[in-house]
Design a protein around this ligand. Structure first.
Ligand code: NDP
Ligand code: ZN
Length: 175
């Protein structure tokens, strides 16, 4: 519990200046908290390392946080999950998107669980409202891109799989 509370505090501090892309400019920290909430409250995940990794999953990618810092603060398991979920921002965006599809089947089971909840949160967010500057076509393309990753990750958690299948079904996306 101590490490988990530290993860809340750490993530809130690191993301403190960031906003989501929705028109209300929601505080970014709502997203990692929401991902951890899906896992604990909708799916019954009670592994505190996985819940802490959910809280921290965007810190390396989107803030100044380093892998070494996470390892020092939270240990190798949590830092390892976050590292697996971090895109290489030195690569062009299209390549990062391609690699998420190509490397999906290489994720550990721990990382898969967090990745699936991350996708659920983002797809629900897109259903809730369209990000500033996005066309309906871009939203559709995001769902289609996600549908190339998510099915590769099925089989680790039945409840997460069911939520995602329903989200794609609502958009008439089949895989
Ligand atoms: P982005 O990667 O730019 O944006 C989506 C990411 O933003 C999410 O994965 C999420 O990441 C984060 N995010 C922050 N706020 C929100 C929110 N309110 N709702 C959902 N996600 C949020 O999107 P893409 O570039 O992938 O665009 C979608 C599709 O549209 C692509 O497949 C692309 O082909 C196409 N397209 C892209 C254009 C471009 O300029 N990139 C232009 C036109 C079309 P996190 O979990 O890390 O917060
Ligand atoms: Zn995320």
């Amino acid at each position: 519990m101590e490490k988990f509370m530290h993860a809340i505090q750490f993530a809130a501090y690191k993301h403190r200046f960031q906003k989501r892309k929705d028109p209300d400019q929601t505080p970014y920290i709502n997203h990692p908290i929401g991902v951890a909430h899906i896992l604990s409250n909708e799916v019954g995940v009670n592994d505190f390392d996985i819940l802490a990794a959910a809280l921290l999953h965007d810190t390396i990618e989107d803030t100044q946080t380093t892998f070494d810092e996470l390892q020092q603060e939270f240990g190798p398991r949590i830092a390892g999950i976050v590292a697996e979920l971090t895109d290489d921002k030195n690569l062009p965006k299209a390549e990062r998107k391609r690699l998420q599809i190509a490397n999906a089947d290489k994720l550990s089971s721990d990382a898969v669980i967090v990745r699936l909840a991350d996708k659920i949160y983002n797809l629900r967010d897109l259903n809730r409202c369209t990000p500033v500057g996005w066309s309906a076509e871009r939203v559709k393309e995001y769902f289609e891109w996600s549908s190339k990753i998510v099915p590769q990750l099925f089989g680790h958690n039945t409840q997460l799989d069911t939520i995602l299948k329903e989200l794609f079904l609502q958009k008439n996306i089949r895989f």
